[in-house]
Design a protein around this ligand. Structure first.
Ligand code: ATP
Ligand code: MG
Length: 396
């Protein structure tokens, strides 16, 4: 494929909007190939942009059944376009919001695919994914499960981080010490840096939610992806993001469809919080992530698309109220100070519990590497759990 400009494509459909741009289903006219084209608007100098495109070519070299394949990337100023394999069943966030909590055997297959994908990226390309979450795990009608949006380009990661987002609240926690008091003591410092980072980015009309490792001075490692995998597995099997909080922000509840992609109106509303304290961990026992009245905390932290930002400005609405800031701080507080989320006890079996608990070990040193996690019984059993993924994918 020689992908150089937008004129070679016919837009078929918008697939979704993320923090950094939008994804379109397109047809590459010269070859007739249907692709997913991600359009990323970044604030980078021309030399940096060229470097990003060069780095993105590494995606071309990825050849794994667990990684979405790439057709190439090109500059269409001021955007960068990344063309990839179209996955016709979409991402797992869209799937669970459509069909509710996902069968634990399918969740087991997701765990296997993510571990295999992480192992491939790391062993073959020395790449850490950095953004494991349901919207970056895709499915097609053959029942394949593949990862997308991994941190292939250091320059792109930098540009995005410097400009608007570290998207992920599937972020991992690194406490500075195993003993309770130093980690307790460490929190005010990290909170102060978080506020500084948030404040500086918010006042630049941009929203950032940095990784706690960065706030707490630790580097991101492949184990951070493992934490994110644990959060993702709970979200899929319960049908709800496993952190709660008082995420009401009058500014952010104004029915902004750009912020609430894939929210289905036929899902049952989530249970009321057990406690009015914003710092109470949720009890993940219901399916469905809710209607418009009680936003999914993760959604309320989505960074608006540039279109949404423009629309808000034109409506005279200020995006950056205290609500968004409080959401971020509350969530950080929960992640750092509350026990890690768990699968509902006993519901999905001991082996699944053990695996998820191993992913959600707060101490990085004690958390498993992808290689170690392959040894868990749930993983070997999930490979052969008899789930017909093609038949499953045909049900929605
Ligand atoms: P974030 O920007 O926080 O990473 P996101 O992953 O939802 O959020 P995008 O990566 O822009 O945002 O993707 C938007 C949506 O497009 C995804 O949720 C997914 O449903 C869809 N999508 C992305 N890539 C593909 C693909 N290759 N095939 C089919 N659908 C895709
Ligand atoms: Mg994505």
């Amino acid at each position: 494929f020689d992908l150089k400009n937008d004129t070679d494509f016919t837009i078929l459909q918008e697939l979704g909007q993320g923090n950094g741009g939008s994804v379109m289903k397109v047809q590459h006219v010269p070859t007739g190939t249907v692709m997913a084209k991600k359009i990323v608007l970044i604030d980078a100098k021309p030399a940096e942009r060229k470097k990003i495109v060069l780095e993105l070519q590494i995606m071309h070299d990825c050849d794994s059944q667990y990684i979405v394949s790439s057709y190439g990337a090109y500059l269409a100023e001021p955007n960068i376009c990344i063309c990839m394999e179209f996955m016709d069943k979409g991402s797992f966030d869209g799937i669970y919001k459509r069909i509710g909590a996902i069968d634990i055997r399918v969740v087991g297959k997701v765990a296997v695919a993510v571990l295999e994908g992480l192992r491939y990226l790391y062993d073959v390309h020395r790449i850490i994914h950095r953004d494991i979450k349901p919207s970056n795990i895709l499915c097609n009608s053959s029942g394949d499960i593949k990862l997308c949006d991994f941190g292939v380009s250091g320059e792109l990661v930098n540009s995005i981080a410097n400009t608007f987002v570290g998207t992920s609240i599937y972020m991992s926690v690194r406490l500075s010490s195993p003993s309770p008091s130093p980690s307790y003591l460490s929190f005010p410092y990290s909170l102060a840096s978080l506020i500084l980072v948030c404040y500086s980015t918010l006042t630049r009309s941009l929203c950032s939610l940095p990784q706690p490792e960065r706030i707490q001075g630790a580097t991101y490692s492949v184990k951070s992806d493992i934490w994110s995998l644990g959060i993702t597995l709970i979200e899929l099997s319960v049908g709800q993001f496993p952190f709660s909080g008082s995420f009401s922000d009058s500014e952010d509840n104004d029915n902004d469809s750009d912020l609430e992609h894939d929210r289905d109106s036929d899902m049952p509303p989530p249970p009321p919080p057990k406690d009015s304290s914003p710092f109470t961990p949720s009890s993940p026992h219901s399916s469905g992530n809710g209607g418009d009245a009680t936003p999914n905390p993760r959604d309320s932290l989505q960074i608006p698309s540039s279109a949404a930002r423009r629309r808000r400005r034109s409506k005279g609405v200020s995006l950056h109220g205290g609500g968004m800031m409080m959401s971020i701080i509350e969530l950080m507080h929960q992640i750092v100070n509350e026990p890690s989320p768990r699968l509902p006890q006993g519901k999905f079996g001991r082996e699944a519990d053990e695996f998820v608990n191993a992913c959600l070990e707060k101490e990085v040193e004690r958390r498993g590497t992808p290689r170690e996690l392959f040894d868990y019984a749930w993983i070997s059993n999930s490979r052969e759990n008899g789930m017909d993924m093609k038949a499953w994918a045909a049900t929605f």
